[in-house]
Design a protein around this ligand. Structure first.
Ligand code: UDP
Length: 242
């Protein structure tokens, strides 16, 4: 049974980093159907208020991790159960560590052409023992290309498929293809492919620990300002909501 906390109707799993990893390891070792894992931030929670399809997709998830400090702040304001921020990229890091240790395989789908390949090369060096089942850029043009990609993924049967298309594109892609994917986990992890490829730097640890990664990102990528204005709107809607 999942222990979840609803934030504006989105059910987040009440887990810390360690418990999230345990769940993911369970998914890999269970012999059952594909598990869908998402890491929504306040922007996606807000988007899902008006996008019924996205709302349903998040409802049908197997694990929903509270990425984004805004979700945790909201939970703390109302004294709810969510206390630990569990980011997509940190969880991916721990999962890659497990995959290296137990010779599990991964496939990375997403990012600009060439980026997933560099990311996989770096991952292979860092997590000794990991198996790279494959990689693909995230700019699929049509159904033929998509079908070919699904064949490529299914041929290699990865334990974990990381989808890095940005949200909500990755959530919708997983939902659309969930019944024909032959892997244990499909996890949407946004721009992580760029981080592993070394083309985007994560905020220094001090920013991460203070929950100020968003601020660092804002300084580095000021065009995100408009997108980030959603955070105060999210908090107000959440506080007013009964
Ligand atoms: N991307 C992609 N296909 C697309 C659009 C975007 O593969 O059609 C990739 C893009 O190259 C980048 C990632 O998706 O690597 C999106 O990263 P972003 O940081 O914007 O996502 P977030 O983590 O904020 O959801």
């Amino acid at each position: 049974m999942r222990d979840t906390q609803s934030i504006l109707g989105i059910n987040f799993d009440v887990v810390n980093e360690k418990e999230a990893l345990e769940k993911l390891i369970g998914f890999i070792n269970e012999d059952s159907k594909l598990k869908k894992v998402y890491t929504p931030n306040p922007e996606i929670v807000m988007l899902a208020q008006d996008d019924k399809d996205l709302y349903r997709i998040l409802e049908e998830a197997d694990l929903v991790l509270a990425d984004g400090i805004g979700v945790i702040i909201a939970s703390k304001i109302k004294g709810l159960k969510l206390k630990d921020r569990v980011t997509g990229v940190d969880t991916m890091d721990k999962l890659l560590g497990y995959c290296g240790q137990y010779s599990k395989s991964i496939f990375i789908f997403g990012g600009k052409p060439g980026i997933a390949k560099i990311a996989c090369g770096n991952i292979e060096k860092k997590y000794k023992g990991i198996k790279i089942a494959g990689y693909n850029h995230g700019y699929i043009k049509d159904k033929n290309e998509e079908d070919a990609l699904i064949d490529k993924i299914n041929h290699t049967k990865p334990d974990v498929l990381f989808i890095c298309l940005g949200a909500p594109r990755q959530e919708k892609w997983i939902d659309k293809n969930k019944d024909r994917l032959n892997c244990s986990i499909a996890m949407g992890v946004g721009g992580s492919v760029d981080v592993y490829a070394g083309v985007v730097k994560r905020a220094p640890v001090v920013f991460q620990n203070l929950g100020l990664e968003w601020f660092y990102r804002l300084v580095k990528e000021p065009w995100r300002f408009k997108r980030m204005l959603i955070l105060p709107k999210f908090l107000i809607k959440f506080i007013v909501n009964k």
